[in-house]
Write a protein that binds this ligand. Structure first.
Ligand code: CP
Ligand code: NVA
Length: 324
């Protein structure tokens, strides 16, 4: 859909304000809209059967240029449990825009489907799909952002802690797509974020600037450092792959650069007993995290994974209707 500016709505009308919109980055959303997505995610999680007809007769197309387990399966199962139909269109061998233009993709798919969910390499590709399509487009991960993940992460943290008041996250590793969306979503919700990245791998400056704007409004803080000591006292330590999809050619140099940024029991101890461990998955045990941490009591990675479906269901209900 053509981009509209983020609505400043009251929490109660936020469900309606998202109808027909795209979700390209969490920065497209107002705080009320995020909270509305969380509230409906919690309700559908408690009793999804009550929504079993919500997407009756609706079809969504999922265009994926990269691998996926959680995003793909969670959307597919979620849509089918709500009475709709999800069609997976694998583009791992032929990129969107190669056989025909990105805009022609959008102009064809909008004739068949009620929503386009896309995982693309270039962020410009999803933006072009959204600009052209008359049906909502959901970003299922690009090189720049992963909004469905970040919304799930903050939803999961709130579920675990009972409240986001006073919460803080330390993201350790690559200032990548997951880090970008996590930064934005955290500070929008008033959660302090510290990004601990080796030199050369800090998050993009334009994202940091945008996050600083949201932080000024919410009172949250943003700390960018390469010092692992900054984990002290945080509510959660979060990490992601050292080598994201599309960066495989840099694997050797990245393994050197990130070698000391592994999340170990010692690092979790520096964070403190209260600290939870988070990861978007897939995890690479022995690289960004060791088994003693990801498979420990403080790890909530599979709660995050499960909540992908509940939050994505809520996003679909907000964008396509029947989220009331
Ligand atoms: N976290 C996440 O997006 O997982 P997938 O790549 O498996 O979808
Ligand atoms: N940063 C990772 C996230 C995978 C869900 C990637 O882009 O490959």
């Amino acid at each position: 859909m053509p981009t509209t500016s983020p609505a400043r709505s009251s929490h109660s009308s936020a469900a309606k304000s998202l109808l027909g919109r795209d979700l390209i980055t969490v920065a497209d959303l107002s705080v009320d809209e995020i909270l509305s997505i969380f509230d409906l995610a919690a309700r559908t999680k408690a009793d999804l059967r009550a929504w079993r007809r919500a997407l009756d007769g609706r079809a969504v197309v999922m265009l994926f240029e990269k691998d996926s387990l959680r995003t793909k399966v969670a959307f597919e199962v979620g849509v089918s449990r709500m009475g709709g139909h999800a069609i997976y269109h694998n583009h791992m061998d032929c990129r969107i825009g190669e056989r025909e233009s990105v805009s022609d993709y959008a102009r064809n798919l909008e004739r068949f489907a009620d929503c386009i969910i896309a995982r693309t390499f270039g962020h410009d590709v999803i933006c072009e799909l959204a600009q052209t399509s008359r049906v909502p487009v959901i970003n299922a991960l690009t090189e720049k952002y992963h909004p469905c993940q970040a919304l799930t992460d903050l939803f999961t943290l709130r579920e675990q802690l009972g409240t986001l008041d006073g919460a803080s996250i330390a993201f350790v590793g690559d200032g990548n797509n997951v880090c970008h969306s996590l930064m934005l979503c955290s500070v929008m919700l008033g959660v302090d974020i510290t990004v601990i990245a080796p030199k050369g791998y800090a998050p993009d400056e334009d994202v940091v600037e945008k996050a600083q704007g949201f932080a000024a409004a919410s009172g949250a803080t943003i700390t960018l450092t390469s010092d692992l000591g900054a984990v002290e006292g945080v509510s959660a330590v979060y990490t992601d792959a050292w080598v994201s999809m599309g960066f495989e050619a840099e694997a050797a140099q990245r393994h050197v650069a990130f070698a000391s940024y592994q999340v170990t029991p010692e690092l979790m101890q520096r964070a403190g007993k209260q600290a939870l461990f988070m990861h978007c998955l897939p995890a690479h045990r022995g690289f960004e995290v060791v088994p003693e941490v990801i498979d420990s009591e403080s790890s909530i990675v599979f709660e995050q994974a499960e909540n992908r479906m509940h939050v994505q269901n809520s996003i679909l209900l907000h964008l396509l209707g029947d989220g009331s």
